[in-house]
Design a protein around this ligand. Structure first.
Ligand code: ZN
Length: 354
């Protein structure tokens, strides 16, 4: 299978979240023709390479965000400029999907002591529906690699996302008789200043989490003391403070009532001694893992030891004229193949010791 043609074919099939069917059909057909036993659950695909040993999941996503403004040509009609393929999803994450398919093809003809479980899922950009549907049917897994554009940097920690709804309550009154009321906007303002000053213990790879107030809504009339002011707080959390701990800390700090709006995107990290981390670092030819600020399906993998790595650049994602170079794609395919082989070696050594 020609890497350049495969990447272009996948980018040429639009797959905005919720409309992944055509791409899943195409990829399932193509993998089936190569002899892989592909299972399909909705628009999520999975297949396994290798027959014995620990099971390593390699997962990436089929869906893309909708095309944004500013593309210099049709985002759904990929084009080459030099060795760069431009098109929506080329970087995030069809380059990773293509590299994983190429790695699966290379691994098919080798014997190694692990099972590589490949999964290409829908709905990653809109809440991780695909991976959550697929996980229960994948069976027991020992470790995971999440394919996202990281420039083949091995991310061993990833921020989570905690969103809180805060409600400052007061009492209405005519502004002329403000002493009779209690101004909820003023109360919210005091809380917002507290949040701005709030500091959390930094994480070694990710740094500090900061509470950001992203929306404020209060007041009904220009001449009325407001009795309610609502504001939203977004915390890109770090794994040293889980969402329960963060919510407790913030609630204790504020006069407003605090409720959790969303806490599903858990912050995650994997210990450097884990086989999957060592295998990935050796495949990348680097020493230490890095932290990643962007969320991914890793948030839904529970306590499975995992890393996030793939060809491409996170700063090209969700922007006009997204691209991936053929060199990056080939390096990505070689990286995933080496990672699986390294993992098989390390994991079998560990089980002999254990
Ligand atoms: Zn992505």
């Amino acid at each position: 299978m020609d890497p350049a043609e495969l990447l272009k074919a996948l980018v040429a099939i639009p797959s905005v979240s919720g409309a992944e069917r055509a791409l899943a059909d195409h990829l399932a057909g193509l993998l089936g023709a190569e002899g892989f036993q592909v299972q399909r659950h909705g628009d999520n695909l999975c297949f396994e390479v290798g027959t014995t040993g620990p099971r390593l999941l390699l997962v990436s996503h089929l869906d893309t965000v909708p095309p944004c403004a500013g593309w210099s040509a049709d985002a759904h009609k990929p084009w080459w400029a030099g060795d760069r393929l431009f098109g929506l999803g080329a970087n995030d994450a069809k380059g990773c999907v293509t590299a994983m398919v190429l790695a699966a093809l290379a691994l098919r003809d080798q014997s190694f002591g692990a099972r590589a479980v490949f999964a290409f899922v829908a709905g990653e950009e809109v809440g991780g529906k695909g991976i959550q549907e697929l996980l229960p049917v994948l069976g027991e897994l020992d470790a995971a690699v999440v394919g996202e554009p990281t420039g083949l940097t091995v991310c061993t920690a990833q921020r989570g996302m905690l969103i809180l709804t805060c409600r400052a309550r007061g009492e209405s009154a005519h502004v002329a008789h403000a002493h009779l009321g209690e101004n909820a906007v003023h109360k919210a303002a005091r809380d917002i200043a507290r949040l701005d000053a709030l500091r959390f213990e930094p994480h070694l790879l990710l740094g500090e989490a900061r509470a950001q107030v992203t929306m404020v809504n209060g007041g009904l009339a220009k001449n009325q003391v407001p009795d309610l002011c609502e504001f939203i707080v977004d915390v890109r959390s770090t794994p040293n403070l889980d969402h329960t701990a963060l919510t407790t800390l913030i609630t204790a700090e504020l006069e407003s009532d605090v409720t959790v709006f969303s806490d599903r995107y858990r912050p995650v990290a994997t210990e450097p001694g884990q086989a999957v981390v060592r295998a990935a670092l050796a495949a990348a030819g680097t020493q230490g893992g890095t932290g990643s600020a962007t969320a991914s399906d890793w948030a839904f993998l529970g306590h499975l030891p995992a890393v996030k790595a793939g060809p491409g650049d996170t700063y090209r994602s969700h922007r006009p004229d997204e691209w991936l170079s053929l060199g990056e794609l080939r390096a990505g395919a070689a990286f995933y193949e080496k990672l699986v082989l390294n993992y098989a070696q390390l994991a079998s050594r560990e089980s002999h010791h254990g």
